[in-house]
Structure formats: C-alpha cells, structure tokens
Design a protein around this ligand. Structure first.
Ligand code: NOJ
Ligand code: CA
Length: 523
C-alpha cells in the first residue's frame, strides 16, 4: 500500500525491434530508469492479442501476448527482470467486453442456439426495428448493434467491435477465474481492472431515465442517467469473487479498479471490511480543475467517506484523460512541480503515468496521424485521446530514443529536444530530479508513506495538510505570494529545489505556485 505505481502504455514506451511500436523487450531495456526513479510497481495496458479497434482494449485472447509486443517468454522475462529490481508487474484485465473477433463472440453470434450465445447480452429489437432499449454507448451512439444473421442485437458499452459479456452467466465468471489464475500463476502482482463498475447490467434491461437539467455533465451529454447499465449493485458480488480468488495466493496481489463513479459510490468498491478492491481510481479527482478549493474538497470528502483501512489512489494522467502537465498545469513548470508534490504526498497510492516524471505535456496530433478510434470518429469536434499517448521521449535525438532515427513511430513524437529523460536526469534542478527526490523521501519517512491525512487551516488559495505526526505539506495554488501562520519546523523538499533545510519559525512564506514538505517539531 505504501508503493508508488507507474502506468506503462507500452505501445508508446520503448521500441526494441525498430517497428515503431513499443514492446515488452523495450520495457525490459528501460527498467533501470524505473528502478532509479524508485517505482515499486508498474501497470501495463493490455498486453493480450487484439485486432486493435480500441488499441488493446478489444481482447481476442485473454491468455496470450499480442505479437506487436513480443512473446510470453518476453513477459516472463520482464516479470523476472522487474522482480530483481524490486518492481512488480500488474496487468490490465478487461472483463466487461471482448473483441468481436474473440472466438467466444464468433461462436455466440453464429446462431441463437450456440453454446456461448448467452455469454454476451443479446436482445430483440423493438417491433419498429429500433434498439431493445435506450442505452447509449459511452463512446457515443446506441449501445446496441443489430446482427442480421440471428435477428437480435448485441450490447456494447464501447465500440461495436467490443461486445459486452453477460456477467449474469456463471460460465463467464468461471472463465475469468481461469484467466485470473493463469496470470497469477505466471507471477503478476495483480490487475488494473478496466471499467470495473460497468460489467454487470440490469437483468431486465430497463430503459435509463431521461436526463433533466439538474443532472450532471455526463448525464446531459448522453441525454440519460446511466442507472441501469452502470454501477449495478450486483457488480460487488463479482468483485468479491475476484478478491477471494487473489487472496488465495501466497504473494499479496493487488486489485486496482478503474472506477469512474461519483465520490458517494467510490467507497462501496472497497467493500465491507476490505473484501473488494485494494485500490480504486478516483475519477472526480483526476477530472477536477487544478484549483485549491476544488481539489481539497475532493480529497477531504474521499478521506471522510472511505471505510476504515481503505487506501486511496491518486493519479493525474492516464492514457484516456490526457497529461496533467498540460491539463492541470497549462505547461507551467511551477504548477507541474506542485502537482507532482501533491500526488506524491497525499495519503494513498500515487499512480504516475509514463512521462509524468519529466513533466511531459500533451503532443498535438494532426488529423492524418490520429489512431484513437474516438478521434477518428469525432474529429474535428473531438481530437480523441492520442495527445496523451504519444511515445516517451528518452533522448533529444531523432526517434527520441523510443525507436530508431529512421523509423516512423506509430504516433508522432513531440518535441523530444525540449523534454526528455536523458537531459533531465543530468540536471539536479529538473522535474525528473524533483520526482525522484519526492519518491525517495516518501520511502524514508513513515509519515509520508502511511501517515494519516489532516487538513490544516490556511489562507485562501493555499492547501495545507499534515501527514502523520510530524510532516506538513503546503501548496500555494495561486499567482501571488502567500504567508501561512502557525508553522514551526524545517523544510525538507520544495518544488523549486531551493530553501532545503530552511527553518520555519512561526510562519511560512511561499512564492506563487510554490509547494513544500516540512517536518515540524511542535505539532
Ligand atoms: C477504459 C480504458 O482505459 C480505455 O482506454 C478503453 O477505451 C475503455 N475502457 C474500453 O475498454
Ligand atoms: Ca517494437
């Protein structure tokens, strides 16, 4: 629980065989970077075979390795090599849907009487030929696609190429037990579970209520409140089943859920007495604006609502939500540093996304280069998710150290000269050096690793909290200087690297967008 996790979007991490696509051997070649940074565990986006309608999130074989990424031996080697560096490997489990090319779905759609017909959600269209109910896909458009062969429609909460499994079916549950065991037996440390809150749908497939003007942004966008196709109470039964399955392993395994739910729901995903997820991603936090009052409120509400013993997870970027250095910080390096200090000093598990450690911002991807199906479908109204998925810049050379100089990467590189690992590694004042120091101090200090969180009174625009008995964290989240009264102690880390070991006597002055961690002697 005191770990620092790191998401690897491997298609864009490191390319070992010069085909422009990141791969497992590429990750092995960069493990030293992760060890040097102080990372305890990595989550890999899906490594399994996929026709790539949604870049790996449309799985056609759950117990395989996508050839673009390498072989099963490469994964075994990655787990072993990471292990020798004290880094554990989590895989992405995608239980809500499969690829439409998965043999299960090919069988299911072959006839109404097929052995696996009931493994997916099939329903008759209405008499007028319209979809069985009003549900919309979270990728837009109806959540149903008619299948002329059998005259019924199948459900898909995402692309039509991603048919949803029927989690009421015991055989589906048993098949996933086997998949989970398969990977656990290979030595993975656990799973990030894709759209964990969505997998089970209303058994009667009732229409969602139409949104009213009082509903939230998402309901307004979809025109309905997704009460019957997400967050069904029965999902918890499935998560409890997975939890008891992984608890049977000798090594502690981690279930980290993708849980895009309101804060009022989040705590339920930890279960009663800790019998569901170990960690649940906090979407209100990642989706919030980078404002003191807004973030503090979310953190305080999270702290107040989680059951005893539950451990939060904090993240600023991922392959869907873009990179926080642009989204939150507007590429202002003071704010990037402040956000890193925040992520790494809240109570909970920080999950960094590749590139966060160097303050990498979004990369503009032109229409002709777009690869995300959502960008391709909705451009020019929406550019899709590619801007946060471009390759990792390792060095300021052609190919960025991601691939060979003469190879065209699957998505374009950004300005690799402006922001890259190699240059920041040799600069003690860089964002990368700050990230590494923050992780190192966190490792050393039980207060920062596992200590409690308690908000401190602070002037407007300043967010201050205690961790454990002795450590204070103060963030000045505004354009003007701030003075925080009633603090005594010594500064241990500051966002710009200056003022180390400076004593604080009675009050602490902070520059605009400066953040500090200090140790107090009097509190
Ligand atoms: C969430 C994943 O993070 C995203 O990339 C994917 O498109 C959807 N789930 C569907 O699997
Ligand atoms: Ca490759």
């Amino acid at each position: 629980m005191s770990a620092v996790l790191y998401q690897i979007y491997q298609r864009s991490f490191a390319d070992s065989n010069a085909d422009g696509i990141g791969d497992l051997r590429g990750i092995i070649g960069r493990l030293d970077h992760l060890e040097w940074l102080g990372i305890d565990g990595v989550w890999l986006s899906p490594v399994t075979r996929s026709p790539n309608a949604d870049w790996g999130y449309d799985v056609s074989d759950f117990c395989s390795i996508e050839p673009d990424f390498g072989t099963m031996e490469d994964l075994d080697l990655l787990i072993a090599e990471a292990g020798t560096r004290g880094i554990r490997v989590l895989l992405d489990l995608v239980p809500n849907h499969t690829s439409d090319q998965h043999p299960w779905f090919l069988d299911s759609r072959s006839s109404r009487g097929a052995a696996r017909r009931d493994w997916y959600v099939w329903a008759d269209p209405k008499d007028d030929g319209s979809p069985p109910n009003n549900w919309v896909s979270s990728f837009g458009g109806p959540a149903w696609t008619p299948d002329p062969g059998t005259g019924q429609s199948y459900l898909h909460n995402h692309l039509a190429e991603q048919p949803d499994l029927n989690w009421w079916n015991e055989e589906v549950r048993a098949a996933f037990d086997e998949i989970i065991r398969f990977w656990c037996d290979r030595g993975v440390a656990g799973f990030r579970i894709d759209v964990c809150n969505v997998i089970i749908k209303d058994a009667e497939l009732r229409d969602n209520p139409v949104a009213t003007e009082d509903d939230d942004f998402e309901a307004q966008l979809f025109g309905q409140r997704s009460v019957y196709n997400t967050n069904r109470p029965e999902v918890h039964e499935v998560i409890r089943r997975w939890r008891s399955l992984v608890d049977d392993y000798r090594e502690p395994l981690i279930l980290l859920g993708e849980t895009p739910v309101p804060l009022s729901e989040l705590s339920h995903y930890y279960g009663n007495g800790g019998d569901e997820l170990h960690l649940a991603f906090n979407f209100p936090f990642i989706s919030a604006s980078f404002e003191c009052g807004v973030l503090r409120e979310i953190v305080e509400q999270t702290e107040a609502s989680l059951p005893p013993g539950a451990w939060p997870a904090w993240t600023g970027s991922n392959h869907d939500m873009f990179r926080f250095p642009t989204r939150w910080a507007g590429d202002d390096v003071r704010k990037v540093r402040l956000a890193l200090l925040m992520l790494l000093s809240l109570r909970g598990t920080p999950v960094l996304y590749q590139g966060d450690e160097i303050g990498l911002g979004n990369t503009k991807v032109e229409h002709a280069d777009m690869r995300d199906p959502l960008g391709v479908r909705y451009w020019p109204y929406y550019d899709g998710r590619d801007a946060g998925r471009t390759p990792m810049p390792w060095r300021g050379v052609p190919g960025g150290g991601f691939t060979e100089p003469d190879v065209r990467p699957w998505l374009p590189l950004g300005d690799v000269a402006a922001c890259n690992v190699e240059r920041q590694r040799s600069d003690p004042g860089s964002v990368l050096s700050l990230a590494r120091t923050l992780i190192a101090v966190r490792r050393e200090e039980p207060d920062l690793r596992t200590g409690s969180y308690r908000s401190l009174a602070a002037p407007d625009g300043v967010w201050a909290w205690m961790r454990g008995d002795r450590h204070f964290v103060v963030l000045n989240m505004k354009d003007t200087r701030a003075v925080v009264p009633h603090l005594d102690g010594t500064l241990r880390i500051t966002t710009d690297g200056s003022r180390l070991d400076e004593p604080v006597r009675g009050e602490l002055a902070l520059a605009p967008w400066e953040g500090v961690i200090g140790a107090t002697t009097t509190r």
